[in-house]
Every structure is written in C-alpha cells, then in structure tokens.
Ligand binder design. Sequence first.
Ligand SMILES: [Zn+2]
Length: 198
Amino acid sequence: MKNINSYLNYIQELYTLNQMDIYPKNNHPDEIKVVNMIETLIGEYSLEFYTNKIMIVRKAPYSRAWPLLTLTTHYRGKYFLGEVKNRHWLLSLLVHENLHWMNVVGSKYGENKKLNKCVDELEEGFPETSKMEGGVEHLPIFYNQFNILKKIVSSRELKMIFSLSNTPYPDLMKFFFANYKEIGKIVKKWGCIEKRMV
Ligand SMILES: [Zn+2]
C-alpha cells in the first residue's frame, strides 16, 4: 500500500473468515498450530477485522498491529499451546492488536478525528497516564478490549486475561480499572466504541 488513501479504502472493507489470510512466517509447526487456533477462534466468535492479513511469527519479541497484524507464538517466553494452554489469551491478543488499527490510524495520520479528540480528552483528564508504560492511547483500546471480551468469555477467563501479571502494562491496567467508568464516559462521548469485532 503506497499511501494513506489506499490504506483507508482497504480497511473500510470488512473481511470474513474465508477472505482472511492467516499465515505462518516460516512454516514452523508452532506457527502453523497458532494459525489453526486463530482460524477456529475467528470462526467460533465471528470476529471481524480491519485487516485481512495476519502473520504468525515464532518467538517474535512482541505482537504488533502495524503495518501488518503480527502475532507471536510465545508470550513472555511461554508458548501459547504449550505452557499457556489458554486460547482465550490468544483471543485477547488478537482483539487487542486489531483495535490498534483504529488507534494507529488516529494517532499516526490524524484520520480518525473522533479518536484523536477522545485521546486528547483522556490525556487532559488523566495526565498521570503519560508517565505509564503503554500511554494514554491504550485506554480506549483497553475499554473496547474488555467490553468485547466480556461478551464472549466467562468471568473466570476475563479475570485471568486481565490479571496484572498477564499484561505488559500493569500500572496502566490498574489505573484503567480504577477509573473504568470515567474512561468509558469519554470513550462513549466521542463514539469510539468498536462494534466490528463481535
Ligand atoms: Zn497495545
């Protein structure tokens, strides 16, 4: 994709499972297992994405959204299908990275004006978050991620997914739950509720 307009046209389309291209970077068996696991999750929960490409990379240091949704097979050195048997954790990661597409468009190119204003207001209201790892732009992501997952996983799973030891941003996550209602009001006010995924 050469420019932002072709990118925006591209993400305006919603993709269903049979149009999704989920592929292992190096055809390693760990990657192939995660590909299969993701296909099952997408089908089971009818998830829709901003992108139609997801690449799986064995032991990538972290998962990321941009420019290609890339998921690692391991989290903190643990393999999703080995030590971490919980597929809902992978589901959460998938939802999180997809939500970043909304975020990246807003913060990097200024195209998502509502989200920019939402983040500005969150920053004004919660200046302490600027010092926290993850940054204020993660607050709308957490809000959407939590509410999407709340609809589809059990409360026990939800607790596990959002436990502070399982997040790369424990301080910000703690802050998020302590200020959940206020954050939600601002996210809703600017219409930044993600409805595509479930
Ligand atoms: Zn993130």
